[in-house]
Design a protein. Structure first.
Length: 748
């Protein structure tokens, strides 16, 4: 939201009260409270008839400083808010003649005491990060609307880039953009986002989380080109300044604050196939797809039933449409006997024709209007109501319907929607602010579903396929990118969304292979299969047509099989990265700048990514097979072709459908499993330790987990002259070594 006309002038309707100077402070435990008048205090009379902003610094964790700026403290400030974990860190507060210095670990905030010169500056050690100073922190009043806002502006340094703010399909670098935190169903071809996360990081290594689940508005070098501005309609603005010293370290620290991703089951990393949206769901059709994959030796691990597994107009009643599926429980058993897991589509809306509508209305389980009646709409399902997940009994009721499906043999749920949540004229059971609940609703929705899965299937066996999210939503994986189109342009924008989301601590992410809308030509289908199978989760899904490969061409069957086989063999590596995402908050699919923060050439790259720390993937986005990608310094080897490349430069290549740039980083041990058909198996049994190019003196290690995330084998390698010494702890003797680079391997 813009408040100014140029640098000096305010918009005609805006009155501003800026923090002008330090006046006084108090200390209470680890809290520092500072009083900031909106004009210079040259005498006692200046203290009258002005606004006074109260700035409070506190610290929930080491390396994190919370900033709270308040105008009128007595105004209601209702939740929900991000669930932040507090650890009571050691804090030091230093009061000098010229400054107040607030320290949490090596992060410090410095407030200048000089008259008429307010400044709040942040440092990592002695390294300056950013600051708020002249006409930055402010209270804004709109005379025309009567609305009031709190505004903060933080300095953008020369060459500083901003990333994140959720799954955004706009340019990866957010400088110059206007970003609104408002979950909506807008597809992947617009500035609207399903997953709005009011957290950004910069290539200077710090991050900022605005602690407001409402409509936070960002001007990122777009109103003042030197500043990141964020504002909320409120009398109060809270934000957390987070320093992990590097971009990746800050993402890890952010997930310490808002929650680590759960560890998904190993089987969920295999290939998912769906009915698609508006297609046929009868058992003859679905069984023909499953058998068709088997006939072509294409491994399949999860089968998904989309919306029309329920009868039209009755979404959601959580009952199979018996005109289409006459024996659902028997069908699920038959599919389980084929080794498949089963997923079904759900959403948080109950249509008026659903058998559950009267039940939910009678017990007060739906969001209500101010007058106490049920809020309803015809948008999506006729007369639908929305489950009120702030009501504990409504959560239990909703979960009981899911438990019945789990008892029948369903293994997981696609938690679709969660964005179409009313705001005006409604009330929640717990009295939450409807504006803040608009985005936060999806957290409660996915939490309720994830909890019943963990309870019924056990921890480590719960997984979702979720579309919407907010702060903390990373705890309930996995998420997918929403409605994309069957084009290369849409494939690229989908990748941008995933890269942006990873900057918000989302460890696991997927997308509709070959696009949801329209039907892709065979060319795009095959290229998207490569990209999709080199993502953490992989799903074939569409709208009005099926996504089985033989409907595109026979070569599509070959390419899909090759890349499913490859992903299955990579599962020891992928699941190791999944465990690290769970423990540390490091995303599996990540932008180049997150992994190579010291290489400025990586700052703006959004057509390639790192798949864990050791594999670089550059999807092909052209029918010609041409692809240009950047390799950081070092020696890289293509895992598929074996071709060796020296980094520190751009590479241009042409690939057929059987390959793409899948580059192994130097000084890497890449564990590849013995199975090319299963996603869940004994990863250490017969593992191949693939060695990349090792420079003299370089060493590497790798941990191989079991399917519960426990380390069962460790491998080490070090190059000494012409020899690479390899040693193994755990499953000794049950492995082989493959050397892609130079040097002679010696197994110790």
């Amino acid at each position: 939201m813009k408040f100014t006309n140029g640098y000096w002038m305010l918009r005609d309707e805006i009155e501003a009260s800026y923090a002008v100077e330090y006046a006084k402070h108090t200390v209470n435990g680890n809290k520092l409270e500072v009083y900031l008048p909106a004009k210079h205090m040259s005498g006692r009379g200046d203290a009258l008839n002005i606004a006074l902003l109260t700035l409070t610094l506190s610290s929930p964790q080491e390396g994190v400083i919370k900033v709270s700026a308040v105008h009128h403290k007595g105004m209601p400030y209702k939740g929900p808010f991000a669930a932040v974990k507090n650890e009571n860190p050691n804090v030091t507060i230093e009061d000098t003649e010229d400054q107040l210095i607030y320290k949490s670990g090596t992060l410090k905030a410095v407030i200048d005491k000089a008259p008429n010169a307010y400044k709040l500056a942040f440092y990592e050690g002695d390294t300056f990060l950013t600051e708020s100073s002249f006409r930055n922190l402010a209270y804004m009043h709109n005379r025309e609307t009567g609305k009031n806002y709190m505004v903060e502006q933080l300095l953008l340094d020369v060459g500083e880039y901003v990333y994140g703010l959720g799954e955004r399909f706009t340019p990866f670098v957010k400088n110059g953009q206007i970003v609104e935190m408002w979950n909506e169903d807008g597809g992947t071809a617009s500035e609207i986002a399903y997953k709005n996360i009011p957290f950004y990081i910069t290539n200077k290594g710090y991050g900022v989380l605005v602690d407001n689940e409402g409509d936070v508005a960002y001007e990122i070098g777009s109103e003042k080109v030197e500043r990141v501005q964020f504002s909320v309609e409120s009398e109060r603005l809270d934000y957390y300044f987070i320093s992990g010293k590097t971009p990746m370290g800050t993402v890890e620290k952010y997930t310490e604050l808002t929650g680590k991703p759960a560890l998904p089951p190993a089987w969920s990393f295999g290939l998912w196939l769906t009915t698609s949206f508006t297609t046929d769901y009868d058992e003859n059709t679905t069984s023909s797809f499953i058998q068709g994959m088997a006939d072509r030796d294409i491994p399949l691990h999860v089968f998904h039933f989309d919306c029309y597994w329920m009868e039209r107009f009755k979404w959601c009643n959580f009952q199979w449409d018996h005109e289409v599926t006459t024996d659902p429980k028997g069908m699920l058993k038959r599919y389980h006997d084929k080794g498949l897991k089963i997923c079904v589509w759900i959403n948080p809306y109950i249509g008026q024709q659903s058998e559950l509508f009267e039940e939910g209305m009678e017990h007060g389980y739906f969001i209500k209007r101010i007058d106490g009646s049920v809020w309803q709409t015809d948008l999506w399902q006729p007369g639908m109501a929305v489950v009120d997940f702030t009501n504990p009994e409504a959560c239990k009721w909703y979960q009981s319907k899911l438990k019945a499906l789990l008892d029948d043999g369903v293994d997981c749920f696609k938690t679709d929607f969660g964005e179409r949540i009313p705001v005006k004229g409604i009330q929640y059971y717990d009295g939450s602010d409807p504006v803040k609940m608009h985005n936060y609703f999806t957290f409660l929705y996915n939490k309720a579903v994830f909890e019943v899965l963990e309870k019924e299937r056990g921890k480590g066996e719960a997984v979702l396929f979720a579309r919407s999210a907010t702060v903390g939503g990373q705890q309930f994986p996995a998420h997918w990118g929403g409605d994309c189109s069957a084009t290369y342009v849409s494939m690229a924008e989908t990748l941008r969304g995933g890269l942006s989301l990873s900057a918000g601590g989302f460890g696991f992410w997927s997308h509709d292979i070959s696009g949801f809308e329209q039907t892709a030509p065979a060319d795009i289908y095959k290229r998207w299969c490569q990209f999709g199978l080199l993502s953490s989760h992989s799903r074939l899904h569409g709208s009005s047509s099926y996504r089985v490969p033989w409907l595109f061409d026979e070569e599509s069957c070959v390419i899909l099989k090759e890349f499913v086989n490859l992903k299955c063999r990579l599962m020891p590596y992928i699941y190791e990265q999944a465990v690290k995402a769970h423990k540390n908050g490091t995303p599996v699919l990540r932008p180049m700048m997150l992994e190579f923060s010291e290489d400025r050439a990586c700052d703006c790259l959004d057509l390639q990514y790192m798949f864990g720390p050791s594999l670089l993937v550059a999807p092909v986005f052209k029918e010609s097979g041409e692809v240009s990608y950047y390799l950081p310094k070092g020696t890289w080897i293509n895992l598929i072709t074996g071709e060796k490349k020296e980094g520190g430069t751009w590479i241009k290549e042409t690939h057929d459908y059987h390959s793409l740039p899948l580059m192994v980083r130097e000084n890497t041990i890449l564990p590849m499993g013995a199975s090319e058909t299963e996603a869940e198996y004994d990863y250490a049994d017969g593992v191949t330790l693939v060695l990349s190019e090792f420079s003299d003196g370089a060493s590497a290690e790798v941990e191989i987990p079991d399917t519960k995330g426990n380390t069962v084998m460790k491998a080490y390698a070090v190059r000494k002259g012409d020899e690479i010494e390899v040693s193994v702890e755990g499953r000794n003797g049950n492995f082989t070594v493959k050397n892609l680079g130079s040097g002679t391997v010696v197994v110790k």
